[in-house]
Design a protein around this ligand. Structure first.
Ligand code: NAD
Length: 273
């Protein structure tokens, strides 16, 4: 007998819907986080917009989502502070419900400093925000997701999870550490219905790298490092995150999706050599 369990209707669209889900996007008052929050809200999730210092932008974003048929609320706090992270999750529990999707996006790249001539306080700060922060948030999310029996955690790493970056040992180490955290946590929680994945952006136009794309000389140099002839847009990352958050990615866990326009395919070799 023919197996018709996989019968589909063609031309009816593909389901990236996140309706009924509650998502926390850390650092969503600017850059990638803001775009990710918009996309996830467009897919139907209720979004917890999180900010550190830019309360006004966070409130404006929530206002935009709420007045266009979506649902969002604003939560503030420092992700490198465990007590503040716990308080954020408790407030989300009360106002929205238990988090189903966590996007660990908040991060800084820090100052360019060479090891030995650097200030260890700067190193510690980058590690605290980029590695401890995602751990504190994931820890709170996992407690809740284990109870509900499902969940997705998406960690925003970077191509510097793979590529060394002189002057940024803290950033590269934090992102490589976050990658291994992703894999190890995925292994721990795979039987609880929780997926843990990473997205590694290449060079995406946001405030974090304005000093590079804002200067014609450094911008030209940056383009030589990307196989495609452009920097990434925030939507390039938001689309990948929305896919990974959805059930279309239900068999993907413990891995990194690189979204870099081909930075990691050695564009310097494009013309031979
Ligand atoms: P951004 O500066 O616009 O956003 C960073 C966000 O992190 C801001 O909302 C900021 O408020 C928040 N944040 C900083 N310190 C915090 C703290 N202590 N507690 C809570 N939130 C804090 O930059 P972006 O480019 O949107 O970066 C977002 C993420 O993407 C970062 O993790 C970054 O490392 C990563 N990333 C960006 C690029 C890129 O090219 N833009 C490339 C690779 C990875």
């Amino acid at each position: 007998m023919a197996d018709d369990s996989r019968k589909v209707s063609y031309g009816t669209g593909i389901n990236l819907e996140l309706k009924g889900k509650i998502a926390l996007v850390t650092g969503s008052s600017s850059g990638l986080g803001m775009e990710i929050a918009k996309y996830i809200a467009r897919a139907g999730a209720t979004v917890a917009i999180h900010y550190h210092s830019e309360k006004l932008q966070a409130e404006q974003l929530a206002g935009e989502i709420n007045s266009n048929g979506g649902k969002a609320a604003v939560f503030g706090g420092d992700v490198s502070n465990r007590a503040e992270v716990e308080a954020i999750f408790t407030s989300i529990d009360r106002q929205l419900g238990s988090v189903d999707i966590l996007v660990n996006n908040a991060g800084i790249d820090g100052k360019r400093e060479l090891c030995g001539d650097d200030n260890p306080d700067d190193w510690e700060r980058v590690i605290a925000i980029n590695l401890l922060g995602p751990y504190y948030c994931a820890r709170e999310a996992v407690k809740r997701m284990k109870k509900s029996g499902h969940g997705v955690i998406i960690n925003i790493t970077s191509v510097h999870e793979f590529v060394p970056w002189s002057g940024y040992t803290a950033y590269s180490s934090a992102k490589a550490g976050l990658s291994m955290f992703t894999k190890t946590l995925a292994q721990e929680v795979s039987e609880s219905g929780i997926r843990v994945v990473a997205v590694a952006p290449g060079a995406i136009k946001t405030p974090i790298n304005k000093d590079v794309w804002g200067n014609p000389e450094t911008y030209k140099d940056l383009l030589t490092k990307i196989a495609m002839p452009r920097m990434g847009e925030t939507s390039d990352i938001a689309q990948a995150v929305t896919f990974l958050a959805s059930d279309m990615a239900s068999y993907i866990t413990g891995t990194t999706l690189v979204v870099d326009g081909g930075m990691l395919i050695y564009p310097a070799f494009k013309h031979g050599g």
